[in-house]
Ligand binder design. Structure first.
Ligand SMILES: [Zn+2]
Length: 248
Protein backbone atom coordinates (compact mmCIF):
# COMPACT_ATOMS: atom_id res chain seq x y z
CA UNK A 1 0.00 0.00 0.00
CA UNK A 2 1.82 3.15 1.10
CA UNK A 3 1.24 6.77 0.14
CA UNK A 4 -1.17 7.32 3.00
CA UNK A 5 0.10 10.84 3.55
CA UNK A 6 -0.69 13.89 1.46
CA UNK A 7 2.57 15.62 2.39
CA UNK A 8 5.89 14.92 0.74
CA UNK A 9 8.65 13.57 3.02
CA UNK A 10 11.13 16.11 4.43
CA UNK A 11 13.91 15.02 2.10
CA UNK A 12 11.63 15.65 -0.90
CA UNK A 13 10.63 19.08 0.37
CA UNK A 14 14.32 19.88 0.90
CA UNK A 15 15.17 18.96 -2.70
CA UNK A 16 12.31 21.06 -4.06
CA UNK A 17 13.35 24.08 -1.96
CA UNK A 18 17.06 23.81 -2.71
CA UNK A 19 16.60 23.38 -6.46
CA UNK A 20 13.97 26.13 -6.66
CA UNK A 21 16.48 28.37 -4.92
CA UNK A 22 19.20 27.41 -7.45
CA UNK A 23 16.83 28.28 -10.28
CA UNK A 24 16.11 31.69 -8.81
CA UNK A 25 19.84 32.43 -8.47
CA UNK A 26 20.44 31.55 -12.14
CA UNK A 27 17.40 33.61 -13.14
CA UNK A 28 18.67 36.68 -11.26
CA UNK A 29 22.10 36.44 -12.88
CA UNK A 30 20.57 36.07 -16.32
CA UNK A 31 18.17 38.96 -15.89
CA UNK A 32 21.06 41.31 -15.23
CA UNK A 33 23.07 40.09 -18.21
CA UNK A 34 20.58 39.47 -20.98
CA UNK A 35 20.72 42.23 -23.60
CA UNK A 36 19.76 40.59 -26.90
CA UNK A 37 17.40 37.96 -28.28
CA UNK A 38 20.36 35.60 -28.74
CA UNK A 39 21.34 36.08 -25.09
CA UNK A 40 17.79 35.54 -23.84
CA UNK A 41 17.54 32.29 -25.82
CA UNK A 42 20.90 31.12 -24.43
CA UNK A 43 19.55 32.02 -20.98
CA UNK A 44 16.44 29.90 -21.53
CA UNK A 45 18.68 26.99 -22.53
CA UNK A 46 20.81 27.35 -19.41
CA UNK A 47 17.71 27.40 -17.18
CA UNK A 48 16.45 24.26 -18.90
CA UNK A 49 19.82 22.62 -18.19
CA UNK A 50 18.87 22.68 -14.50
CA UNK A 51 16.50 19.85 -15.24
CA UNK A 52 19.28 17.34 -15.73
CA UNK A 53 20.72 18.34 -12.38
CA UNK A 54 17.51 18.08 -10.35
CA UNK A 55 16.57 14.87 -12.08
CA UNK A 56 19.90 13.41 -10.94
CA UNK A 57 19.58 14.69 -7.38
CA UNK A 58 16.02 13.41 -7.08
CA UNK A 59 17.13 10.01 -8.41
CA UNK A 60 19.73 9.74 -5.65
CA UNK A 61 17.00 9.73 -3.01
CA UNK A 62 13.81 8.56 -4.70
CA UNK A 63 12.73 6.50 -7.66
CA UNK A 64 11.95 8.94 -10.48
CA UNK A 65 9.12 6.57 -11.48
CA UNK A 66 7.71 6.54 -7.97
CA UNK A 67 5.06 8.74 -6.40
CA UNK A 68 7.47 11.04 -4.52
CA UNK A 69 9.94 11.24 -7.40
CA UNK A 70 7.26 12.19 -9.90
CA UNK A 71 5.85 14.87 -7.58
CA UNK A 72 9.30 16.38 -6.94
CA UNK A 73 10.13 16.56 -10.65
CA UNK A 74 6.69 18.00 -11.47
CA UNK A 75 7.09 20.75 -8.88
CA UNK A 76 10.56 21.61 -10.10
CA UNK A 77 9.44 21.55 -13.74
CA UNK A 78 6.78 24.08 -12.80
CA UNK A 79 9.34 26.27 -11.02
CA UNK A 80 11.62 25.95 -14.06
CA UNK A 81 8.92 27.02 -16.49
CA UNK A 82 7.98 29.97 -14.29
CA UNK A 83 11.64 31.07 -14.29
CA UNK A 84 11.84 30.75 -18.08
CA UNK A 85 8.65 32.75 -18.37
CA UNK A 86 10.03 35.48 -16.12
CA UNK A 87 13.24 35.71 -18.08
CA UNK A 88 11.43 35.97 -21.42
CA UNK A 89 8.77 38.31 -20.12
CA UNK A 90 11.30 40.60 -18.44
CA UNK A 91 13.28 40.89 -21.62
CA UNK A 92 10.23 41.51 -23.83
CA UNK A 93 9.10 44.29 -21.49
CA UNK A 94 12.52 45.87 -21.38
CA UNK A 95 12.96 45.76 -25.12
CA UNK A 96 9.49 47.14 -25.87
CA UNK A 97 9.73 46.26 -29.53
CA UNK A 98 7.38 43.83 -31.17
CA UNK A 99 8.92 41.27 -33.49
CA UNK A 100 8.34 41.33 -37.24
CA UNK A 101 4.89 39.74 -37.30
CA UNK A 102 5.44 38.13 -40.67
CA UNK A 103 8.56 36.42 -39.40
CA UNK A 104 6.73 35.33 -36.23
CA UNK A 105 3.83 33.92 -38.24
CA UNK A 106 6.09 31.98 -40.60
CA UNK A 107 8.15 30.63 -37.70
CA UNK A 108 5.04 29.57 -35.75
CA UNK A 109 3.65 27.77 -38.80
CA UNK A 110 6.94 26.02 -39.48
CA UNK A 111 7.26 24.89 -35.87
CA UNK A 112 3.65 23.68 -35.78
CA UNK A 113 4.52 21.23 -38.53
CA UNK A 114 7.48 19.84 -36.60
CA UNK A 115 6.52 20.01 -32.93
CA UNK A 116 3.40 18.47 -31.46
CA UNK A 117 0.99 21.01 -30.00
CA UNK A 118 0.05 21.01 -26.34
CA UNK A 119 -3.14 19.61 -24.95
CA UNK A 120 -5.44 21.82 -22.89
CA UNK A 121 -4.07 21.27 -19.40
CA UNK A 122 -0.49 20.20 -19.89
CA UNK A 123 1.87 19.11 -17.14
CA UNK A 124 5.25 20.87 -16.95
CA UNK A 125 7.33 18.13 -18.55
CA UNK A 126 5.02 18.14 -21.59
CA UNK A 127 5.61 21.88 -22.02
CA UNK A 128 9.35 21.37 -21.60
CA UNK A 129 9.25 18.65 -24.22
CA UNK A 130 7.60 21.04 -26.71
CA UNK A 131 10.06 23.82 -25.84
CA UNK A 132 13.01 21.52 -26.34
CA UNK A 133 11.62 20.34 -29.68
CA UNK A 134 11.07 23.95 -30.76
CA UNK A 135 14.70 24.77 -29.91
CA UNK A 136 15.97 21.90 -31.98
CA UNK A 137 14.07 22.94 -35.09
CA UNK A 138 14.80 26.58 -34.49
CA UNK A 139 18.53 25.83 -34.79
CA UNK A 140 17.78 24.25 -38.16
CA UNK A 141 15.82 27.25 -39.45
CA UNK A 142 18.43 29.66 -38.15
CA UNK A 143 21.27 27.87 -39.91
CA UNK A 144 19.23 27.99 -43.11
CA UNK A 145 20.02 31.67 -43.86
CA UNK A 146 16.63 33.17 -42.97
CA UNK A 147 15.67 36.01 -45.37
CA UNK A 148 15.16 38.55 -42.54
CA UNK A 149 18.39 37.68 -40.75
CA UNK A 150 19.08 35.61 -37.67
CA UNK A 151 18.55 38.37 -35.03
CA UNK A 152 15.02 39.02 -36.32
CA UNK A 153 14.31 35.29 -36.26
CA UNK A 154 15.67 35.03 -32.70
CA UNK A 155 13.49 37.93 -31.64
CA UNK A 156 10.44 36.19 -33.11
CA UNK A 157 11.39 32.88 -31.49
CA UNK A 158 11.68 34.46 -28.03
CA UNK A 159 8.10 35.77 -28.45
CA UNK A 160 6.92 32.42 -29.71
CA UNK A 161 8.36 30.64 -26.64
CA UNK A 162 6.84 33.21 -24.33
CA UNK A 163 3.44 32.53 -25.90
CA UNK A 164 3.74 28.77 -25.37
CA UNK A 165 4.96 29.05 -21.78
CA UNK A 166 2.58 31.85 -20.83
CA UNK A 167 -0.39 29.67 -21.57
CA UNK A 168 0.95 27.01 -19.25
CA UNK A 169 1.88 29.43 -16.46
CA UNK A 170 -1.58 31.00 -16.61
CA UNK A 171 -3.16 27.58 -16.22
CA UNK A 172 -1.10 27.24 -13.02
CA UNK A 173 -1.85 30.70 -11.65
CA UNK A 174 -5.39 31.61 -12.55
CA UNK A 175 -8.05 30.74 -9.97
CA UNK A 176 -10.27 27.76 -10.85
CA UNK A 177 -8.12 26.99 -13.90
CA UNK A 178 -5.25 26.01 -11.59
CA UNK A 179 -7.54 23.70 -9.65
CA UNK A 180 -8.56 21.82 -12.79
CA UNK A 181 -4.95 21.75 -13.86
CA UNK A 182 -4.17 20.00 -10.53
CA UNK A 183 -6.83 17.37 -11.27
CA UNK A 184 -5.43 16.79 -14.76
CA UNK A 185 -2.02 16.37 -13.15
CA UNK A 186 -3.26 13.64 -10.81
CA UNK A 187 -4.06 11.48 -13.82
CA UNK A 188 -0.74 12.34 -15.39
CA UNK A 189 1.09 11.21 -12.23
CA UNK A 190 -0.84 7.93 -12.20
CA UNK A 191 -0.02 7.32 -15.87
CA UNK A 192 3.71 7.63 -15.11
CA UNK A 193 3.70 5.68 -11.87
CA UNK A 194 5.59 2.42 -12.13
CA UNK A 195 4.42 -0.68 -10.27
CA UNK A 196 6.99 -2.85 -8.48
CA UNK A 197 6.30 -5.48 -11.17
CA UNK A 198 7.86 -3.11 -13.69
CA UNK A 199 4.76 -1.95 -15.53
CA UNK A 200 3.24 1.50 -15.81
CA UNK A 201 -0.32 0.27 -15.93
CA UNK A 202 -2.12 1.53 -12.87
CA UNK A 203 -5.80 1.89 -13.34
CA UNK A 204 -7.85 4.31 -11.23
CA UNK A 205 -10.43 2.21 -9.39
CA UNK A 206 -11.80 5.06 -7.36
CA UNK A 207 -11.18 8.74 -6.92
CA UNK A 208 -12.68 10.45 -3.90
CA UNK A 209 -12.45 13.78 -2.18
CA UNK A 210 -11.36 13.66 1.48
CA UNK A 211 -10.41 16.10 4.19
CA UNK A 212 -7.47 16.11 6.56
CA UNK A 213 -8.33 16.50 10.29
CA UNK A 214 -7.69 20.25 9.97
CA UNK A 215 -10.04 20.55 7.02
CA UNK A 216 -7.70 20.63 4.02
CA UNK A 217 -9.24 18.88 1.03
CA UNK A 218 -7.32 16.17 -0.79
CA UNK A 219 -8.00 13.58 -3.44
CA UNK A 220 -7.46 9.94 -2.79
CA UNK A 221 -7.04 7.61 -5.73
CA UNK A 222 -7.29 3.85 -5.31
CA UNK A 223 -5.21 2.18 -7.97
CA UNK A 224 -4.75 -1.31 -9.28
CA UNK A 225 -1.97 -2.56 -11.52
CA UNK A 226 -3.44 -4.05 -14.69
CA UNK A 227 -0.46 -6.37 -15.05
CA UNK A 228 -0.13 -7.95 -11.58
CA UNK A 229 -3.21 -6.79 -9.65
CA UNK A 230 -1.30 -4.93 -6.91
CA UNK A 231 -3.43 -2.30 -5.22
CA UNK A 232 -2.27 0.96 -3.75
CA UNK A 233 -3.62 4.38 -2.91
CA UNK A 234 -2.11 7.76 -3.61
CA UNK A 235 -3.10 11.14 -2.22
CA UNK A 236 -2.98 14.53 -3.85
CA UNK A 237 -3.23 17.84 -2.07
CA UNK A 238 -5.80 20.22 -3.54
CA UNK A 239 -4.56 23.64 -2.45
CA UNK A 240 -6.80 25.46 -4.93
CA UNK A 241 -10.00 23.64 -4.20
CA UNK A 242 -11.17 26.78 -2.39
CA UNK A 243 -11.07 28.70 -5.70
CA UNK A 244 -14.31 26.99 -6.55
CA UNK A 245 -16.15 28.88 -3.81
CA UNK A 246 -14.53 32.27 -4.12
CA UNK A 247 -15.59 33.17 -7.60
CA UNK A 248 -18.45 35.56 -7.91
ZN1 LIG B 1 2.16 -4.54 -11.24
Amino acid sequence: MGGEKTQLPDQAVKIVEQETHNLSITLEELRRRVDSAAAVLAGVASLINHRQRYFGITGEHFSVNGYEGILIIDRLDEALLKSVRELLHGWVQKRKKIPDLKVLKTLTEKLAKKVESLKDRPVGFEVLFVVRGAFEFFEEFASDRPPHGVPELEHAFAHHLLGVIDRYVQSRERPVLRHFSDIAREYSVVSRLKCACGDEKFEVKMQALHQTPDGAPFDRMDLQCKACGTQRSVMFELPYFKDMYQIS
